[in-house]
Design a binder for this molecule. Sequence first.
Ligand code: ADP
Ligand code: MG
Length: 232
Amino acid sequence: MRDKAVSRIFDEASRDGRKFLFEHEAKALCGLYAMPVTMINLAKTEDDAVKAAEKIGFPIVLKIVSPQVLHKSDAGGVLVNIKDKQGTREGFKRIMKNVMAYAPKAEIIGVIVQEMAPNGTEVIVGSTRDSTFGPTIMFGLGGIFVEILKDVSFRLVPITRTDAEEMVREIKAYRILEGVRGKPPVDQETIIDVLMKTSKMLEECPEIRELDINPIIVYEKGAKIVDARVIL
Ligand code: ADP
Ligand code: MG
């Protein structure tokens, strides 16, 4: 049985007549399944954003929250590596300006303030729903590996631990995860754990039509989910 807090996230979207979850909602959902999401705060005003940034600790990332902006960086709606209070104020104004120029009628819910995840290896976990077989789960490396090389692995949900291990190992770029050219290996155990938790979430949440956790930054130890998108 899923947590009541999980249902509340979908209920709120449905009350608004929304066919997707905002990033902070999608991350809250992943957080309820104990996945490693970035610390996050929704700010309505510049002052709120500064308070949130000081609570989280610099450097931080600012992102637009608007129902008209699903791909935030396309709209100039993502600013990374903001180092201080002054930068937070300027960044807040700049995001508002960028988004207004990109989509003048955009309704602005606020700006997400979140911890800046350090560099690491970017991977993605996704899902689409097959009309016959139900939810699928996909794994791949971020960036060109998925977009250009289509180097991904797939399974039907639910997956076992063995499935998750195989999904990680069967991508062509697997050697990158093992560490190449002086780069240390990444924490494969954490990836396997995220895949299994995602499978459980997909099994328990028929509301999810599409899921795109992109990217998850993986380190020698642990990982951070930096962006998550859910279509209902
Ligand atoms: P979009 O809606 O455009 O996909 P993202 O939230 O994925 O927006 O942000 C775009 C990119 O900015 C990410 O792919 C990542 O490289 C970087 N980024 C976003 N959030 C963070 C963060 N918290 N820490 C570090 N890098 C981030
Ligand atoms: Mg993204």
